[in-house]
Design a protein. Structure first.
Length: 125
């Protein structure tokens, strides 16, 4: 599992959902769909209508990958921070039972308001 204490901020860049790792689709269950995908240099985070899946590529060759799944049912509180005039990145903070706070910092063009609407729909239902 990803060490959320050590990696409390994930600096991500939005990517199209079809650029998500092929192996992540093997974890999806019936009626589960990706609605947002992000990447770092080697790692990826996808948001589905059921959970958040983080793929943490490990080792020099990158052949070992740790997958962490955070079901929306475990999210107790969440917040978003929109980008500003000088601060061009936005943030998503999830407070997860048994894990604590996880922050996703998103650089680049991203519609955080629409994203918040989707997160609200899935966490609150």
């Amino acid at each position: 599992m990803i060490d959320f204490d050590d990696s409390s901020v994930f600096k991500l860049k939005p990517i199209s959902n079809d650029k998500a790792r092929d192996d992540i689709s093997a974890f999806l269950i019936d009626d589960e769909e990706i609605f947002a995908s992000f990447k770092t240099i080697r790692d990826q985070v996808v948001f589905t209508n059921k959970r958040v899946i983080a793929a943490n590529v490990q080792g020099i060759t990158g052949s070992k990958v740790d997958y962490t799944s955070i079901p929306f049912s475990k999210i107790q509180t969440f917040s978003i921070e929109t980008s500003g005039s000088l601060d061009l990145d936005c943030e998503i903070q999830l407070y997860i039972s048994a894990v604590g706070k996880v922050t996703f910092e998103i650089n680049g063009s991203f519609d955080i308001v629409s994203f918040n609407r989707l997160i609200s729909q899935y966490v609150l239902s």
